[in-house]
Design a protein around this ligand. Structure first.
Ligand SMILES: Cc1cc2nc3c(=O)[nH]c(=O)nc-3n(C[C@H](O)[C@H](O)[C@H](O)COP(=O)(O)OP(=O)(O)OC[C@H]3O[C@@H](n4cnc5c(N)ncnc54)[C@H](O)[C@@H]3O)c2cc1C
Length: 305
């Protein structure tokens, strides 16, 4: 028989952990299911400077751990497993996972997003051998070596700044005519002598012998081709919402994020969405945590009313 909970939360990032704190503290039996590292994407950040309450900043890993501790203190149960499907049966929600099935009266979907791939030759072959999607995880492997970052948005520039502490040179490659990162990050990157920029430039191929050696680039306006010798490329070109397991049961927008109303209800009663996975999310930890609280409060109302 499926084990029953009042609330099941899918995803253990800031949205899921904050939702878990609220529902557990409201004395609702709650299971949080996480397939990777509890803490979510923020654990990839060395220093979070914009989460209120930490004037000196806090490491993403520690922030995730503290959130988890706080929710667990009030009774949140955590299961390390992957959710593979969600089904509806007579008002109950069946959550299918790699560790068995669970039943819930309400579900909060907080499964965030994962990094987009470049989709160029060499990317798959050299993943883990110089192609990386996480600077905090892999920067130290490339001390005093030239590296590249694909993508000049907030995440790409944050990663470039972190990588500059290790690498001999960091080349930021951006397809668009200008960087998309916030002004403060752009100012910091401009002041870092190890960081260079190549705008209007596409990565066409990643080449190497066992490990990455060079990138083939193309200037998209002039069509000019170039080769850049690097030991690694960190890909930061955007994200894909983790909604595959929902198999079309919820309304999504064109980018694949879940459409909700302002109570964070989806098109199915008793299913809520919170954090980066939700339509129009600003994709920040504090906003995700706020969403988690909102979804939890309305999920509690859904169950009790
Ligand atoms: C490099 C980097 C730097 C950042 N820096 C900052 C910063 O300085 N400040 C800031 O506010 N924000 C920052 N962010 C953004 C912040 O991390 C996100 O906005 C926030 O983590 C979103 O929280 P979330 O809970 O919605 O999703 P996530 O944190 O993505 O958590 C979702 C969780 O769901 C899990 N999951 C997915 N699918 C399944 C499944 N099928 N079954 C079970 N579990 C599943 C995932 O493993 C993940 O742990 C940064 C992000 C990155 C990548």
């Amino acid at each position: 028989m499926n084990k029953e909970y009042e609330i099941v939360i899918i995803g253990g990032g800031p949205a899921g952990l904050s939702a878990g704190l609220y529902t557990s503290r409201a004395r609702l039996s709650t299971l949080l299911i996480e397939r990777g590292l509890v803490g979510g994407l923020i654990t990839e950040t060395e220093l979070v400077e914009n989460y209120p309450g930490f004037p000196e900043g806090i490491s993403g890993l520690e922030l995730g751990e503290l959130m988890h501790q706080q929710a667990t203190k009030y009774g949140l149960e955590t299961l390390l497993a992957e959710v593979t499907g969600l089904e509806l049966q007579q008002g109950q929600k069946i959550i299918k996972t790699t560790e068995g099935n669970f039943t819930a009266k309400a579900v909060i979907i907080a499964s965030g997003s994962e990094r987009l791939k470049l989709g160029v030759p060499g990317e798959k072959e050299f993943t883990g051998k110089g192609v990386s999607y996480c600077a905090t995880c892999d920067a130290a492997f490339f001390r005093e070596l030239p590296i590249a970052v694909a993508g000049g948005g907030d995440v790409g520039i944050t990663e470039a700044l972190h990588l500059a502490k290790f690498a001999s040179k960091v080349t930021v490659i951006e397809l668009l005519p200008k960087l998309g990162a916030s002004r403060i990050l752009q100012e910091r990157a401009a002041a870092e002598p190890k960081i260079e920029f190549r705008l209007n430039t596409r990565v066409e191929e990643i080449e190497g012998e066992e490990v990455v050696k060079r990138l083939k680039l193309r200037q998209v306006i002039t069509g000019e081709k170039a080769t850049l010798d690097v030991a690694a490329i960190f890909v930061s070109i955007g994200i894909k919402p983790n909604t595959d397991y929902l198999k079309g049961i919820l309304s999504l927008d064109a980018t694949g994020t879940i459409i909700t109303n302002d109570k964070l209800e989806t098109n199915i009663p008793g299913i809520f969405a919170a954090g980066d996975i939700r339509h129009n999310s600003v994709r920040q930890a504090i906003a995700a945590a706020g969403d988690g609280a909102t979804a939890a409060i309305y999920a509690e109302k859904f169950i009790t009313e």
